[in-house]
Design a protein around this ligand. Structure first.
Ligand code: BGC
Length: 530
């Protein structure tokens, strides 16, 4: 059996779900996707704020002193920002998000996806007020923990919501709206930091941190008006409401087939007391291993080294404050526009091709950046980089970010939200987000000491991971393009490796008890013809 084929090409008379793409579903997905803004704003704002002098001198005077000394070229460039307290400020949010997303699984399952997003928005709002008003490090960290709780709820619920609402042939595009909002959040934060860094005194960082309230308000108000997904309504016993909602989002009256699959999936899920205990079953192993590995790998690309610390990194290679923040803005723009490439192609060319192009592109640019820094700073870090060189580093980082933005960024969120059966979907999504936050936390925490010790080798380290993960995708990731979400088990059952974990009659219910073995490729074809 070919290892790249994943789904054997069988034919069938099975039909995919009928339906139209309604403006209503597009609008609801757009509103739900704004949940990504709060995560993105946060990722983008901390790097800039932690390189602002008034912020450092108020909360982290020892880092400030070191930075001043490093201005004299004799100091080691690699180590000038290394401070445990400073990294704790950045990474505390991710620890809070990690714990919250575990709890959010129960809330999302019991109260629905929409309510979890709403709770996330409100708590994030409280965090932004606390941070903007901070007078000491404790206030700063408590505020950041609140932001993390908000992010945990939003990241757990929103991707699930989007994948459930979207019709199968647009699921990739609509789900990726979440990642697009993350990138928009990061970009806006970069831009705001660029503007506020010109303000003298405490108002610079206070404005940057308080403006997190804007995305928080957007998602809070937006969520008040959102309907819940039909899958979540069925699972919570609101069967008639769910049918009406499905008719509304699909724009047709006859939604029986899709609706029946949801009811069957929900009945199955009710036989399970809660998703967590069921997750360990052998039949769920392929999806579980995939979600955990993809989310870990996503962070091991090293993306957040760039997202959090781009201004710090650029100062390290010799840009002034202005140049550093400006470069972060450029990178934010590249990140946002490159995500659009993925959005417009993912439902046509599929997930695998985007991963397999993005990976090598990222690998080559990481090796280039590492080598440029090695040649210039060597291992002592005692030099300054000529301007032309520094700009080549920025250009290589842009190429790397573009690769991430059309592959590992949006695809990882999409795939983890679309591969699980309803019975464990909420719990599994929580696990995936927690793993992601764990790695985000660890990398945020480890970056400055790693830069100090691994020096230019840091880029080789992440480049090595990108090579490993791209190989993994090549062999093990099945193509999930255009497969209806409640029929997804079939792509695993028909995969050359993962098939051994899944019973031959798995997915029978997803086809009304008929021809399960023939259905998946046909579904994909029918859906792509829509
Ligand atoms: C990741 C974030 C990252 C962002 C960059 C997201 O998919 O989860 O950790 O900062 O992409 O755009």
């Amino acid at each position: 059996m070919p290892i790249t084929g994943f789904v054997s090409g069988r034919s069938s008379t099975q039909k995919a779900y009928p339906g139209k793409t309604t403006p209503f579903v597009i609008l609801t997905c757009l509103v739900a996707a704004t949940s990504g803004l709060i995560f993105g704003y946060d990722v983008g704002i901390s790097g800039g704020v932690t390189s602002m002098e008034p912020f450092l001198s108020k909360f982290f005077p020892s880092v400030h002193r070191k930075m001043m000394m490093a201005a004299h070229k004799s100091s080691n460039q690699y180590c000038k920002f290394d401070s445990q307290l400073l990294t704790t400020f950045t990474s505390s949010l991710y620890l809070a998000a990690l714990l919250t997303s575990l709890l959010a699984s129960t809330v999302t399952r019991a109260l629905g996806r929409k309510n979890s997003m709403l709770i996330g928005g409100v708590i994030f709002l409280a965090g932004s007020v606390m941070n903007g008003a901070a007078e000491n490090v404790a206030m700063l960290i408590v505020g950041r923990i609140l932001l993390g709780v908000g992010v945990g709820f939003a990241c757990q619920a929103a991707p699930l919501y989007l994948s459930e609402m979207a019709p199968p042939h647009l699921r990739g595009m609509l789900n990726m709206g979440f990642q697009l909002m993350i990138t928009f959040g990061i970009f806006s934060a970069n831009l705001i930091n660029y503007g506020t860094s010109k303000i003298m005194g405490d108002w610079s960082w206070r404005i940057s941190l308080s403006l997190a309230a804007v995305p928080a308000m957007i998602i809070t108000v937006g969520c008040v008006f959102l309907p819940d997904s039909p899958n979540s309504l069925v699972a919570r016993g609101h069967t008639e409401k769910a049918r009406t909602m499905l008719q509304r989002i699909r724009g047709i009256q006859d939604v029986d087939e899709e609706f029946n699959d949801m009811v069957t999936a929900s009945d199955e899920s009710k036989r399970v007391r809660h998703g967590w205990s069921n997750m360990g079953k052998r039949k769920h192993r392929p999806q579980l291993v995939m979600a955990v590995l993809l989310t870990s790998f996503q962070q091991l690309t090293g993306i957040n080294v760039i997202m959090f610390y781009a201004p710090v990194l650029f100062k390290t290679i010799g840009f002034g404050s202005n140049g550093s923040l400006m470069s972060a803005v450029i990178i934010g723009l590249v990140n946002m526009f490159a995500t659009l490439v993925s959005i417009s192609t993912v439902d046509k060319i599929g997930r695998r091709l985007l991963y397999l192009e993005g990976g090598p592109q990222m690998f080559v640019s990481q090796i280039t950046v590492g080598t440029l820094i090695a040649v210039n700073f060597g291992s002592t870090g005692e030099a300054s980089m000529p301007k032309l060189y520094a700009w080549i580093v920025v250009a290589s980082i842009c190429i790397y970010v573009a690769g991430f933005a059309w592959s590992w960024g949006p695809l990882t969120i999409l795939i983890t939200s679309e591969i699980f059966p309803l019975e464990i979907r909420s719990a599994a999504q929580s696990l995936a987000i927690s793993v992601s936050m764990f790695f985000t936390f660890s990398i945020a925490q480890a970056f400055l000491p790693m830069l100090c010790h691994l020096k230019f080798g840091l880029f080789y380290f992440f480049g090595g991971w990108v090579a490993i993960m791209t190989t993994f995708v090549y062999f093990f990731l099945p193509e999930t393009k255009n497969i209806p979400i409640e029929k997804m088990v079939l792509v695993w059952r028909d995969h050359w490796f993962w098939g051994r974990f899944i019973d031959d009659d798995a997915g029978r219910h997803a086809h009304g008890g008929q021809e399960p073995v023939d259905a998946v490729e046909n579904d994909r074809k029918v859906v792509s013809a829509i």
